[in-house]
Write a protein that binds this ligand. Structure first.
Ligand code: BTN
Length: 279
């Protein structure tokens, strides 16, 4: 029987994140809101009016949390909902790399702090036991070949009861509390995560995406499986063979042709189009 009592989680305390934070860029400025419509929307407004790179915006709850593809993102108290403003010197077609490096940072934070096996799912999810514990929404402001800023929004189902997540995610979602059977220290989690994000971000901006991609692939169970991808209203079915140096998923179609997909929604097919396992 689900425990339907209110979460015990105390509000996030910024001093607890900042006191031991090793990162110098990401999290140098952290803003906290007990409630926001969407931290991504706030971050975009702040970035457009000159907020510094590395600014982190955290909200205890979001009233209009946004997921990918226009979906709603349930953001009750107890989760970790935040956005980071980045100003990378990257061409717009390299922006998917930021989503991959962020999912890697989240997966590594979970496996470092807890004895839980994590997976990354292209393009933006982190899974525990094949269920989604984190989603990432990357939004960019670009002009031609120039990236003005990027907002990376991260939603982690931390101290959350599963019943409070949207029906949409339903059985495909999990939370750290559900997996661990206890609440986590969200400030410590955020501190470790911001440090990892900074590490991977610096590596990426030094044009060293290869080691990040290698690590990411080692946590990606999708490669080598038959998948169905919905991308721009097109359905692509085939073997997920690789993720390339731009962060695109490479699908081998039944006729042997290779297709590159830069964004979309993937679900696993158990075997050549027979049984369909939704993720
Ligand atoms: C997805 O998996 O569809 C992406 C979910 C991203 C949710 C986060 S929570 C913080 C930030 N603010 C938002 O409105 N969305 C992102």
């Amino acid at each position: 029987m689900a425990d339907r009592t209110m979460p015990r989680t105390e509000p996030i305390r910024l001093e607890k994140i900042k006191e031991k934070l090793q990162a110098r860029l990401i999290g140098e400025t952290i803003l906290y809101f007990s409630e926001a419509a969407s931290t991504n929307d706030l971050a975009k407004e702040m970035a457009a009016t000159g907020a510094k790179e590395g600014t982190v915006i955290i909200a205890e709850t979001q009233t209009s949390g946004k997921g990918r593809l226009g979906r709603e993102w349930a953001s009750p108290k107890g989760g970790i909902w935040f956005s980071t403003i980045l100003r990378p010197k990257l061409m717009p077609n390299n922006i998917p790399k930021l989503t991959l490096m962020t999912s890697l940072a989240v997966a590594k934070t979970i496996s470092q702090l807890f004895n839980l096996k994590t997976e990354v799912k292209w393009p933006n999810d982190v899974l525990i036991n094949a269920k989604k514990v984190c989603g990432i929404l990357t939004e960019a402001n670009t002009r031609g070949n120039i990236t003005n800023f990027v907002v990376v929004g991260i939603g982690i189902n931390a101290n959350i009861e599963l019943y409070s997540l949207s029906k949409q995610l339903g059985a495909n979602a999990t939370s750290l509390k559900h997996e661990l059977k206890r609440e986590i220290d969200r400030e410590r989690f955020l501190r470790v995560l911001l440090e990892k994000m900074e590490h991977y971000y610096i590596t990426l901006t030094e044009r060293k995406f290869k080691p990040i991609l290698r690590e990411w692939k080692s946590l990606c169970s999708l490669l080598g499986s038959y998948v169905e991808v919905i991308s721009w209203k097109e359905k692509i079915i085939g073997l997920a063979t690789d993720v390339n140096e731009k962060g695109a998923l490479i699908i081998k179609l039944r006729n042997g042709t290779l297709r590159k997909v830069l964004s979309g929604n993937v679900s696993l097919k158990r075997s050549k189009g027979l049984r369909h396992q939704k993720q």
